[in-house]
Design a protein around this ligand. Sequence first.
Ligand code: NI
Ligand code: MN
Length: 227
Amino acid sequence: MTIKLTWYGHAAFALNVGGTQALVDPFLTGNPFAPVSADAVEADYILVTHGHGDHIGDTVAIAKRTGALVISNFEICNWLQAQGVARTHAQHIGGGFQHPFGYLKLTIAHHGSSLPDGSYGGNPCGLLLTTENKKIYLAGDTALFYSMRLIGEEGIDLAALPIGDNFTMGPDDALRAVKLVEPQVVIPIHYNTFDVIVQDPHAWAKRVWAETSAEPVVLKPGESYEL
Ligand code: NI
Ligand code: MN
């Protein structure tokens, strides 16, 4: 089966595994690069890394319209239930579960996770998906941390790392993250959406080519990478 990852700008992706569609951090309304609208996008699952508005985004509206199962941490799932989202699956950091689209484990991320109304959103996380003999690491919003090495030990085929700086790793730390995770392919995300996170992804990609063994892939919003 084909695994297709389509970037919707910022940290939003559609991950399609053999026709099953999982949205990741579906921040579409207010995202200047979103190639699809929240009232048209399709979803069987929605994966949410943390509570910030640029990640939980349109989760409530999309889940209500599509009936998608939302997977996130326990605190965010409770909050979503209170917003009227019927179907949630709570996990937590370090825990994995075999979903129909693959085995999803939540990883550490060093960041915040308050929800748009100020509610406590638990700890933020990254996503580590094993499916079709491939491993995909979506780091979420995070600082650089040394135990990315442990994630890399699993053998990462594709990683998506924030490079925007200010709220997350910037280009220098994201390059160090590539050296810790050692993915086959790395996609830069979480840049240029706001004034304070303007970066040149192609300049960063050149450094990845020069200094690491990973292949950088700079996607335009709406573009896909298949593996
Ligand atoms: Ni955030
Ligand atoms: Mn963010």
